[in-house]
Design a protein around this ligand. Structure first.
Ligand code: NA7
Length: 543
């Protein structure tokens, strides 16, 4: 037994981003000895590493924060509608300082394995350096878009210039001046960084496999009056986001089909939201994500905007997405399409002529070699299961999570929080929860609070282990799939489905019923004494 007193905790949390920070606070409040392990050197999670130029959140900043503390809500002031990476990181630092969280966080430490010890009913962890730790509860706060995807292009090692991944950006400023830069990828990260890189670089070549549907963010600074009104109304705002579909401020604008309106009426509606900015396009009508014909009206509107903005119609055509609007995560942009009117920017379609290799001097597609001094990989993440599979997680009988989920082909969870065969393990924002389609702090708070309440309940009742039942897990997974199958979310290739990663099994792992319905379901389960879970009493306790 390698356990010693200093390495044994009531709970171990992995990750010191939005999830892990609040989980630590919540468990401390409940009186648990808790240790957070973080592979980075400071707090922030994805906001610590996604430092690429233009990195910004697509949620309104006033709802991209914790709501559990009125004091924090009142003390912190956001400066603009969509917060940039630096400001979000400052916010998380502010919270970590305010709650004195760092003393229980071990930085620069990667957990590589978490194995359940059935005899002692404890989780045994191993760090990359080989240290062993144990805890009764294992909570993952590792996010679902935190494992950078660097496609295995032949020849990357031979490239003479510098290259970076947007999700793993260096702390020092990257200088694009005088350089010929290539950006691979046109998801949110590419689309946020491209306009800024274009302003600095000598020349920018964008390698696009699939275009995104962009609508303008229309970011702007907040005025003091708006801030004071917001601060006076935070409880209402919290109520609203918690009881909404996606945890956002927007609500459905027209409770009717897009096809119920005439072309002119629809045009007016779409113009309004285009001018307003943000994600409102998605809530213009009630059937955009279920009815292909309705969806196409929004898609066509955005395509027509691309033609209006981009001068060269050949380029405009390449930028027009052909899949369902919303099938891939839509993107909020600032001057993205306008950037293609610059003389120093070129767009290369790597769907028709894929990247064949990286050469010492640049990128060679099957048609042409592009000479570059720097390559930016905006190639996204191994989403949903990627971060969990990076850790060797094993439950009862030594079964690994990867084996249980058949490498991601057969993911089954209970509520996206728990797994049959993995007692006392909880996932914050796990697969099959609504998190990936929501404003994340709303989902994170709900998970943290539910897990915190659950652990308090277990301790009060003298319960040794909690474990999801197989039938509950089956039912939940089936329910998630049935809902998703009725929608258009599953139809495009993206991180939503895992199709962005070569060789990854295709599987849509998001509960699309929305955060309100989900919260209700989770709460009902808790009220019924954790329905669908098996609770085993400690040896000397009678339940
Ligand atoms: P995304 O949205 O997954 O975008 C990644 C982009 O990289 C996307 O355009 C991909 O094309 C492209 N990509 C990936 N692999 C390749 C290869 N091998 N060749 C060419 N192009 C490739 O990641 P982001 O970081 O932009 O955004 C992730 C999320 O963060 C975002 O959705 C928000 O929720 C915040 P593809 O579309 O797969 O054809």
């Amino acid at each position: 037994n390698q356990t010693n007193q200093n390495n044994d905790f009531d709970a171990i949390v992995i990750g010191a981003g939005f999830s892990g920070l609040y989980m630590l606070h919540r468990l401390r409040e409940a009186g648990l000895s808790t240790r957070v392990f973080e592979s980075n050197s400071d707090v922030g999670g994805v906001w610590y590493v996604n430092r690429y130029p233009g990195a910004r959140c697509d949620s309104d900043s006033i709802i991209y924060n914790y709501t559990f503390s009125e004091e924090i809500l009142q003390e912190w002031t956001w400066t603009s509608r969509f917060p940039e990476q630096e400001e979000i990181l400052s916010y998380l630092n502010f919270v970590a300082n305010k709650l004195d969280l760092r003393r229980d966080i071990q930085f620069n430490t990667r957990i590589i394995a978490a194995h359940y010890d059935e005899i002692n009913k404890r989780w045994r962890f191993q760090t990359e350096e080989g240290t062993s730790l144990t805890a009764k509860y294992f909570i993952s706060g590792i996010g679902f878009l935190s494992t950078a995807n660097i496609p295995k292009f032949k020849g990357l090692d031979s490239f003479k210039g510098d290259w970076y991944h947007t999700g793993n950006w260096p702390h020092e400023k990257v200088d694009f001046k005088g350089k010929r830069v290539g950006v691979i990828g046109t998801g949110s990260s590419g689309i946020q960084s491209i306009p800024i890189i274009a302003q600095e670089a000598d020349h920018l070549t964008v390698f696009q496999r699939t275009p995104g549907y962009c609508t303008p963010a229309r970011n702007h600074p907040y005025d003091p009056e708006f801030i004071s009104k917001t601060k006076a109304n935070y409880s209402k705002i919290r109520n609203h986001t918690r009881n909404s579909k996606g945890g956002y401020l927007d609500t459905l604008i027209n409770n009717r089909s897009a096809l119920d309106d005439t072309l002119e009426e629809r045009q007016r509606e779409y113009e309004k939201v285009w001018e307003k900015g943000g994600f409102s396009m998605q809530v213009t009508y009630n059937d955009l994500m279920v009815n292909p014909e309705a969806n196409d009206t929004a898609a066509e509107f955005i395509r027509s905007k691309i033609s209006e903005i981009v001068n060269d119609q050949e380029v405009a055509e390449k930028l027009k997405p052909k899949y369902y609007y919303g099938g891939k995560r839509p993107v909020l942009d600032t001057n993205y399409y306008e950037t293609y009117n610059r003389e120093n920017v070129a767009l290369v379609d790597v769907k028709s002529a894929p990247i064949a290799e990286i050469t010492p001097n640049g990128i060679r597609t099957t048609e042409h070699e592009y000479e570059l001094d720097m390559i930016v990989f905006a190639t996204g993440f191994d989403g949903m299961t990627g971060p969990l599979f990076k850790i060797d997680i094993r439950g009862k009988d030594g079964l690994s999570l990867k084996e249980k989920w058949v490498n991601g082909a057969k993911v089954k969870t209970y509520l996206g929080i728990a797994n049959a065969g993995f007692p006392n393990m909880f996932m914050i924002t796990g697969p099959q929860s609504p998190s990936a389609l929501s404003n994340l702090p709303v989902s994170i708070e709900q998970h943290v609070e539910w897990i915190g309440d659950c652990i308090e309940y277990l301790r009060k009742k003298g319960v040794e282990t909690i474990e999801a039942n197989i039938d509950a897990e089956e039912a939940w997974s089936k329910h998630c799939k049935e809902l998703a199958d009725q929608s258009l979310y599953t139809k495009a290739d993206s991180w939503y489905t895992g199709a962005n990663i070569e060789g990854k099994p295709r599987s849509f792992l998001i509960y699309i019923g929305g955060v309100q319905a989900y919260r209700q379901k989770c709460d009902e389960i808790a009220v019924r004494g954790y329905d669908g879970f098996s609770l085993t009493p400690a040896r000397d306790t009678v339940l």
